[in-house]
Design a protein around this ligand. Sequence first.
Ligand code: GLN
Length: 280
Amino acid sequence: MKKLTALLLAGFMALSLAACGGTTSSGSSSESTEPESSSTASGETASAETASYEVTTVEPGVLTMSTNAAFPPYEMTTDDDSFEGIDVDMATEIAHRLGLELDIRNVDFDYALQMVQIGTSDIAMAGITITEDRLTNMDFSNTYANGVQVIIVPEDSDIAGPEDLAGKLIGVQTGTTGEMFCIDEFGSDAVNSNDNGMTAVSKLLNGQVDAVVIDNAPAQEFVASNPGLKILDTAYADEDYAIAVQKGNTQLLDAINSILADMEADGTTQAIIDKYINAG
Ligand code: GLN
């Protein structure tokens, strides 16, 4: 890994793409080249802001984001196999303001978190809730969105609230806060863990589980596209979503927090959220 200014990286990348071949051997001296040129690879609006951030990334010129793109409307795949969603648009904008290209790695949720810990991604964004546990293994940015855990049941279910989940089989997604809560409260025998939320919902439709506990935003999407299901009124837990980085990577964390504050102030964050979640 090389320490370069983001601006230098962006400009350098255009020169080195053909020759670099994924190695980390080029462009090592940030001191010798002041970021005086305003031409970057990432567009005409990137001048003043990109020049002020100096970040080290896994791959020069690139912001690598690990995610699990099965969590609408935060991250999902499109018909042509690209990615979209709130996190995808947020990360695209953050990368742009850093003068970097965004590269998305779509993996299982728990591995998306591991990738920042082992240093194979720069950030993880996947509707990730800040928890005490996770804070011991990774650092989090300031929060950019909120979530709550909800319970999805069939329309004719006798489950009316969390208290009715005792003795039932609950579908969850592996590695999520929903899974942790349910195991804590009802024991692991009561919990059926799945690679993603939609698999858990499919099991609910097939009668293989009695309820699914998952974040509210994807729950709304899954219920809207699968008739016969409903979301119970009782919210299960209030959570803050944030961007995960490798523990101790304050350089990247500070840059991200500063960009998040700018995006909040200039309305970008709200515009992105409104694009995917109906305002009001
Ligand atoms: N917010 C939940 C968590 O962080 C679920 C995230 C997800 O399933 N992508 O565990």
